[in-house]
Ligand binder design. Sequence first.
Ligand code: ZN
Ligand code: ZN
Length: 357
Amino acid sequence: MAFDTPGHDTAAFGTKGPDQNLEPLTIPRRHVGPKDVAIDITYCGVCHTDIHFGHDDWGMTTYPLVPGHEIVGRVTSVGDEVTAHKIGDLVGVGCLVDSCRACPSCAKGDEQYCQNGATQTYGSPDPHLGGTTHGGYSASIVVDEHFVLRVPESLDTKAVAPLLCAGITTYSPLRHWNVKPGQKVGVIGLGGLGHMGVKFAAAMGAEVTMITRSAGKGEDAKALGAHRVLLSSDADAMAAEAGSFDFLLDTIPVGHDINPYLQLLKTDGAMAIVGAIDAIEPVQGFNLIFGRRTVGGSLIGGLPETQEMLDFCAKHDIVCDIEMIGMQDVNEAWKRVQAADVKYRFVIDMASLKGDA
Ligand code: ZN
Ligand code: ZN
């Protein structure tokens, strides 16, 4: 297979091995093709997935790795056939930069479930340049217009970046399971995902309960819009709420026992898992059969729904709660993410990489 010659080099931060710190790198970006958009990256969020990939936790990383899939920036150039974006537009790129566009999932706008394998923003085989795709810990990127989102100018730009992964990951299941005003919704776990789940569910009109083991996190969730707090470590409180929830959004990032949560669901209630990709502890059939309850999972969202989410955020004035860092601070930030020591997302100011901060 013949690959394109690169269009330009760009400054980036990446890692050369599972035990290495991130360091300055120079990476190639492709020529701007007829349907491509070139973006000067202004902000990029730090997602826990970046760290899993960086450390090769899932055994699928190719090095060097340039992570980052919560990208916001300005369009600097467009191809001849681009119609959706123009130079100067504020735009975003999330977890996907391409897909087959032909399978049933792509035809429905669910590109994240592309049956031929979507191209991830980083770490996927790069069909243009060979090697693997490189993400948003960089000064610029070139992406097909279909995978570039319009970012509403009314929102706080730097706090928009994490919407492209943490935001859509929680918005999509709330929409898929038709969360409605007045429904009782529980958000399990308060981190980068959970804090967005609380904001979205409240904006959709649900009565939102933060379900957490930590009383302190319950108070934080109330500040984000949660109406109530349920301590999962309090067996009496859990029993008192049994059978009362319409929907549960489970954002816990590692495998865990979901049986105590399933008992919180009403008849026909549903629980969506969005955080844990490793093994879930055995589920008691009793907890599903009695009450016709369902358990599902959900992965980010397709391009149409991600645009809908950004527009919903503009209408309801929703962004992420963030802590800004410079590119040189990213190794320390990764350690703090692993220690759950951030409220609730780090965002890298890419001016620090370009030397104009
Ligand atoms: Zn992510
Ligand atoms: Zn497809």
